[in-house]
Design a binder for this molecule. Sequence first.
Ligand SMILES: [Zn+2]
Ligand SMILES: [Zn+2]
Length: 255
Amino acid sequence: MKIKFLGAHNSESSTVRLASILIDNVLALDAGSLTRSLSFTAQQKLEAVLLTHQHYDHIRDIPVMAMNLFLHETAINIYATTEVCAMLADHLLNHELYRNFLEWPQGNPTIVFNLMEPLKTIQIGDYKVTPVPVSHSVPAVGFQITSGDKTLFYTGDTGPGLAKCWQMISPKLLIIETTAPNRYEDFGRKSSHLTPSLLKEELLSFRQIKGYLPQIYLVHMNPRQEKEIAAEIAAVSSDLGHPITLAHEGLQINL
Ligand SMILES: [Zn+2]
Ligand SMILES: [Zn+2]
């Protein structure tokens, strides 16, 4: 599996982008920075966009990508839970802010919703995909994605309390959020995000439950606090005796 980090942060400027990960050029995980990261040709190659939850930084590029694909006379499959699809239909794709690409053009809509049920594995092309609930301020899932003997898990946004999730998955690669530094632990607990110290607790729980630690890449960092996060993550990595890498825009890894 070829994994490319298109957006690895929780805010955006000319140098950092919102959450989006590309798998083998055909699957996109979250849609925070798809259109600004992918050429028209690359957008047309997408077989599916998987959305972890409804927050704007994870869905933003859906309407513009739909317009792009309509203008190239093609369509896109979006996979998400009922809650996320309903939010998109009610608030974003409602014929008020922009075209309703779910019904337009008539008879051949540009966006096709595919409803996912938590813990129900589905096949998308060559991939087995299982949405697994994580702990966030709105209903949210992470995705376990398997192709051949390669498996990764992307948490999307999550706070502490992942023990149940860990029991359901066995990834070789874990892509997990770490939004803010340790001094924001209260904020992390209240808003369901991770800090390096909260991440450490979750990784200790993972190792206790699964007996190993996977490769670990971090996303969703606050760019303003990234140096502080990186220093604290270096300490966590040293404590655990296991490498942890902060992802960045354009980073590509092979699994
Ligand atoms: Zn969120
Ligand atoms: Zn987010």
